[in-house]
Design a binder for this molecule. Sequence first.
Ligand code: HPA
Length: 271
Amino acid sequence: MLNATVDFLKCKINENLGDFLPDVGIVLGSGLGELADEYCKFAIPYSEIPGFETSHVSGHKSRLVFAEINGKKVVMMQGRFHFYEGHSIQKVVFPIKVMKKLGVKTVILTNAAGGVNPAFNPSDLMIITDHINNMGVNPLIGPNDDEMGIRFPDMSEVYSQKHINMVKKTASKLGIDTQEGVYMALTGPSYETPAEVKMARIIGADAVGMSTVPEATVAKWAGMDVIGISCICNSAAGVSTVALAHEDVIRAANVAKDRFKTLVKEVIGNL
Ligand code: HPA
């Protein structure tokens, strides 16, 4: 299926954009999809792409967008596939494998997350320095595609330090404050209990969310550089005393989106 999808996309790209192959792949998280609207040269709805699923989460569009940003050719997922939607973990990471086959060298994974570190505030941007997979599943389980990566890939530097430094420097030049930290993924779709958030903190997490880790794992395995940026949309359960609601998450992402877009645009230019 992977090769058929890649052939389909190459054909569509060629028809619409001619000689265009992306170097950079971006996954846009909840409420952060505007970058794709702003720069879209050509887009294909997921429903038309063989092997892709449809994402139904509000705050997400469901299309693959091709664009040129700051001189770089980019493919953007405007909306991702979540494990909690019932997609298999293989379907969740399928687009990352497609990006690799299209020639993408660097992926920028973004998400909305809950702040576990008490120093974080809603709408802060957190550069992901490492992650904890607490989803109970690894997307590399199953037969290994030796052409794409090895059976037991090293994960000691999933988020490349060189790129973390570059994102920090870029943000600081732009006058954008950033946090740094460890992102822990759980399956969702329920938000965490305060006890789970306490556990997350104890085991080293600064933020919790329901995505990114599967994609980062596959991207690293496949030899791509990974950059991760979380929009801290709320204080996680127990850190905050108010009940969590998806609408509040989207609202906080909205507050951060201009800063987020400015940062990501500049980061792309610096790749
Ligand atoms: N927990 C998990 N995922 C999230 C949260 C949260 O508090 N906020 C946004 N996505």
